[in-house]
Design a protein around this ligand. Structure first.
Ligand code: AMP
Length: 214
């Protein structure tokens, strides 16, 4: 299966992805995580991407597309993958189709969430500085405050998860990523999920959908 998870920042794409990748034998490819690793490594791409990310803006298509297409061409992705945070613009979606011409995207799941939910989810989000695991200060706190349950490293608030930048990221979603949702809808490839519900309720539905596709 080759899946695309779509939705505004804070819609829960990453949380739901983490719950299904092992069971369905998929590689979780999150462009935000890949870019943050490049920034941490201070690679040429990371240095270029950093200013855009810190401002809550999208990294230019050419940079993200070449990073992503190289990643999905790796051997471990041959048995299936789940894209989380890509494509975010129409040119990215078109480039993805070109790259996957022999093995196209199987299905896209659109996590639809209201603006009121998003702001609370993102500003309360805390992320492990080491392994990237996600928590929420009230909805999903770690066992020990500020410490990752999984690897014991410090939790941080991502620079772009601060309230000032959330509005910018939402505006970008409305401007650009909604065109991607339309693109897949026009191809009848989208299943829309009400993502205003609890993590567990959404997870039950995602599992059902994926079992139907497997
Ligand atoms: P995320 O972790 O998916 O919220 O992504 C964090 C940041 O990485 C975004 O705000 C963008 O600056 C950048 N980014 C991630 N994926 C993409 C993409 N597909 N296109 C452009 N920028 C991206």
């Amino acid at each position: 299966m080759r899946l695309v998870f779509l939705g505004a920042p804070g819609a829960g794409k990453g949380t739901q992805a983490a719950k299904v990748v092992d069971e369905f034998g998929l590689v979780h490819v999150a462009t935000g995580d890949l870019l943050r690793a490049e920034v941490a490594a201070k690679s040429e791409l990371g240095v270029k991407a950093r200013a855009f990310m810190d401002a809550g803006r999208l990294v230019p298509d050419d940079l993200v597309v070449s990073m992503l297409t190289a990643r999905v061409a790796e051997d471990d992705c041959k048995s299936g993958f789940l894209l989380d945070g890509f494509p975010r613009t129409l040119p990215q979606a078109e480039e993805l189709d070109r790259a996957l011409v022999d093995h196209p995207v199987t299905r896209s799941l659109f996590f639809e969430v209201s603006d009121e939910q998003i702001v609370g989810r993102i500003t309360g989000r805390r992320t492990c500085s080491e392994c990237g695991a996600a928590y929420h200060v009230s909805a999903h706190p770690p066992k020990v405050e500020g410490v990752c349950d999984r690897c014991g490293k410090a939790l941080i608030q991502r620079q772009d998860d601060r309230e000032e930048l959330v509005k910018e990221r939402l505006a970008i979603f409305r401007d650009q990523t909604s065109a991607v949702v339309r693109y897949y809808k026009d191809k009848n490839m989208v299943t829309t999920i009400d993502a205003d519900r609890s993590v567990e309720a959404i997870s039950v539905e995602v599992h059902e959908i994926l079992r139907g596709l497997a």
